[in-house]
Ligand binder design. Structure first.
Ligand code: EPU
Length: 417
């Protein structure tokens, strides 16, 4: 269901909402389920387009996948194919995650270089180097990468970059390898840790997840599980930033503050008021004028690249000059031209974005160019006076469940047409 969002901006976001299960973590759970022949049930899966795409990728290999509301049942008793069709692989980046599980279970797996947001070069060398280190031969055959190994063998693997999907894919493959694998320079994102915890609930022996050094003791097989996806910290961050951009007061009832340290620290620098619950819940409001800040987007636990664009939109509303330096992806700034269309004073210099905030934005016709660039123009539209029309809604559908309903619950005037 494509279309446009029409936003009548200038109203503070106020109130409380709960966010969905994490998009990225949920995508990992579907691929993880392929590691077992038993049924796997996953709860708190977000109602977003990427989950349907990932379900189709798993089905294309012969797995049974049934989506029932926010619960997904997966069973990969046998595989009818070891490589998903290219058209499916191009729909989302996480499709490449089927390679590790299929290689580990069948001894061979193929996959084209995946699609996904055009936010940078996005190679897969870290994944492939990991498979090779585990003893697989990896070669290119037409558009596909083909990996083969009669038996994967655990070893010590240094990742050139702590790639999130690279870490997950190599961890998947290593769970069924012979012996122990140590991944050095592993990604530490909470979604990676959650995937490790889910695999442990299936009988895997993984430790050190959430740190840069992860150990995986291989086992012969994994059994089924029932597992609940963690709340989406990026969705939570996006609504909290929307609250600040509109001078509002927003509480996310199920946000995990421990996964949002970098964002909450920036809120404090901005001089926003932040309240966190004992375990879950984060609230922000702006009782004072805000102060300009400097932000660097880096791997976890640093400030997330996925909140770079929403943060930039928010900083257009903060008096003074703020900067964001992007250190993860080389093409994260597609949103800049769209914010300029709304009247923002914002420029790109290399990997940095410079924002002269505090000016008034006014409604215009803009585009969501990727998921998070889309979130940025929505925040811009909420802060702008008058009507903003956002095209490219399919990008937002990939990552934000029930966006209009969530914003309406916070008092925004927004409709999908
Ligand atoms: N990289 C390599 N070699 C590789 C893989 C990555 O050099 O083999 C580089 C990339 O070029 C990039 C950097 O490493 O410069 C980071 O990429 P990473 O592999 O960590 O990102 P990803 O795993 O492809 C996931 C999320 C992204 C999120 C990034 C960073 C999923 C499906 N995607 O991507 O989420 O931005 O980690 O946190 O989990 C989003 O949700 O909107 C999104 C884009």
């Amino acid at each position: 269901m494509d279309g446009r969002f029409v936003i009548h901006g200038g109203k503070p976001l106020q109130g409380e909402i709960a966010v969905s299960g994490s998009k990225n973590a949920a995508l990992y759970t579907l691929a993880a389920a392929l590691l077992s022949a038993d049924p796997v049930t996953i709860h708190n899966v977000p109602d977003i387009a990427d989950i349907n795409e990932m379900a189709d990728v798993c089905r294309s290999l012969g797995a049974a996948v049934e989506i029932s509301g926010t619960t997904v049942h997966v069973q990969a008793r046998d595989f009818t194919s070891t490589s998903p069709p290219i058209a499916r692989v191009m729909a989302l980046r996480a499709s490449f995650l089927v390679m590790g599980p299929v290689l580990a279970r069948v001894g061979e797996a193929g996959c084209a270089s995946p699609g996904g947001d055009v936010i940078g070069v996005r190679p897969v060398d870290v994944h492939l180097a990991g498979f090779r280190a585990l003893g697989a031969t990896v070669e290119r055959s037409g558009a596909e990468w083909l990996a083969r190994a009669s038996k994967l063998r655990g070893t010590r693997i240094f990742l050139d970059y702590p790639s999130v999907l690279g870490t997950v894919n190599v961890m998947f493959a290593a769970t069924l390898a012979e012996g122990t694998t140590t991944i050095v320079n592993a990604a530490t994102e909470p979604e990676v840790s959650m995937a490790a915890n889910m695999l442990n609930s299936m009988g895997a022996r993984i430790s050190g997840h959430g740190t840069g050094i992860m150990m995986i003791e291989g086992v012969d097989q994994l059994h089924g599980t029932e597992y609940e996806v963690i709340p989406d910290r990026i969705e939570a961050g996006t609504y909290l930033l929307g609250g600040i951009a509109t001078g509002g007061d927003v509480r996310i009832t199920n946000a995990d503050p421990r996964s949002l340290d970098s964002l909450l620290s920036k809120f404090q620098e901005l001089d926003a008021k932040v309240e966190v619950g004992d375990e879950f819940g984060v609230q922000v409001s702006c009782p004072h004028p805000l102060r300009a800040i400097q932000v660097q987007a880096v791997p976890y636990p640093g400030f997330p690249t996925d909140l770079h664009a929403p943060m930039a939109a928010t900083l257009t509303q903060v008096q003074g000059v703020s900067t964001i330096h992007e250190r993860v992806f080389d093409n994260r700034t597609l949103y800049v031209g769209e914010l300029r269309t709304l009247g923002a004073r914002i420029i790109v210099g290399g990997q940095s974005v410079i924002i002269e905030g505090g000016g008034n934005l006014s409604g215009a016709v803009v585009r969501a160019l990727d998921i998070r660039a889309g979130a940025a123009v929505v925040i811009g539209g909420l802060a702008a006076s008058g009507e903003t029309s956002v095209a490219g809604v399919e990008h937002l559908d990939r990552g934000y469940a029930h966006l209009t309903e969530q914003l309406t619950a916070l008092g925004a005037e927004v409709a999908r047409i």
